[in-house]
Design a protein around this ligand. Structure first.
Ligand SMILES: Cc1cc2nc3c(=O)[nH]c(=O)nc-3n(C[C@H](O)[C@H](O)[C@H](O)COP(=O)(O)O)c2cc1C
Length: 316
């Protein structure tokens, strides 16, 4: 998750048996080096780096590969041109897909792990197919390539359901955005915890400053509701267009900017892009990442166990 996964959260996930993915799509070389050093000082758990292919990533990819990540996760594009170099550096290639055609292309190109992202997901969401329909469709064309389910999953029932659909695991964003180690702003975390499952919207040209023509799912807010009520006006004519609403040091953030609310930002946090999936409706507390993982695994065992139990009970 760009803008809120830092080494504390990544290390906590790695130590608890999860697999941290470090978001470096918009990071400087100095930030990447510092972040990887800090992660490595905390844990020797394997980790992946995440790069968004809607922006030039060659220099970041070279730098990341020189630090020996376990995998490179590409999203918003085709990983094919990078597969050879990533493999040559000894890392695996992960690609997010949002339909079965993209999945076939990725498998043919040698991608090692697919993430199938349903449109329930928080943050930037490329496709329009729901997770439940998407996972089996991608699993059917993936052959021996493992598929991880992303979008709308935040508890063990979701994990169990994804496994039943043929996924090998799940990718959770919003659940960990509301974890103790998250670098998200506390106001944003509170809004995730308070949100119901219909408190998010999926739009293309809402938070489009800095990254346009890229669909995304965010929490509703006064600003979002006003923009929808006004009939989705363009960048120049919309309510409060161009207004600076938050700062972080000398950096300024404006309305409709694609910018994750970070704990070191000050200002009107609710006017920023509070990325969240429909999964937010199932999140009712802020917990340490390790206890989130333990609880989810326990819940998944119970969900699968009770289902099997019901199925094997003799008929009356
Ligand atoms: C705050 C936030 C930031 C995200 N940033 C990225 C990103 O930088 N790269 C990426 O591949 N996916 C990103 N995503 C999407 C996640 O990888 C994942 O697909 C999504 O969170 C799954 O849905 P969920 O939020 O319902 O768990 C982001 C999601 C959130 C909530």
């Amino acid at each position: 998750m760009g803008g809120l996964v830092e080494s504390d959260l990544a290390a906590a996930v790695g130590k608890a048996g999860g697999y941290p993915i470090m978001p470096y799509s918009w990071s400087s070389s100095g930030e990447i080096e510092k972040s990887i050093r800090s992660l490595r000082a905390n844990t020797d758990a394997p980790f992946a780096v995440n790069l968004c292919l809607d922006f030039p990533q060659e220099a970041r990819l070279d730098l990341c590969l020189s630090h020996g990540p376990n995998a490179v996760h590409f999203f918003w594009g085709d990983a094919a041109p990078y597969v050879k170099d990533v493999h040559a550096a000894g890392a695996l290639v992960i690609q997010t897909v949002s339909d079965s055609k993209q999945a076939i292309k990725a498998v043919d190109a040698g991608v090692d792990i697919l993430i199938a992202q349903g449109w329930e997901a928080g943050g930037h969401v490329r496709g329009s197919v729901a997770t439940f329909a998407l996972i089996p469709a991608v699993v059917d064309v993936a052959g021996s390539v493992p598929v991880l389910a992303a979008g709308g999953i935040s508890d063990g029932r979701g994990l169990a359901a994804a496994l039943c659909l043929g996924a090998s695991g799940v990718v959770m964003g919003t659940r960990f955005a509301a974890s103790t180690e998250s670098a998200a702003h506390p106001d944003y975390i509170s809004r995730i915890v308070d949100a119901g499952h219909s408190d998010t919207v999926h739009e293309t040209e809402l938070y489009n400053i800095g990254w346009s023509n890229a669909a995304h799912r965010v929490l509703r807010s006064d600003l979002v509701d006003r923009w929808l009520a006004d009939g989705r006006p363009d960048n120049l004519t919309r309510h409060r267009a161009g207004e600076i609403v938050a700062t972080r040091g000398s950096a300024e953030f404006m309305t409709y900017q694609s910018a994750t609310p970070h704990r070191r930002m000050h200002g009107e946090i609710e006017a920023l892009s509070m990325w969240a999936g429909q999964s937010a409706g199932l999140i009712n507390s802020v917990e340490p990442a390790a206890s989130i993982i333990t609880t989810i695994i326990r819940e998944a065992h119970i969900a699968i166990g009770s289902h099997l139990h019901k199925r094997t009970e003799p008929a009356e």
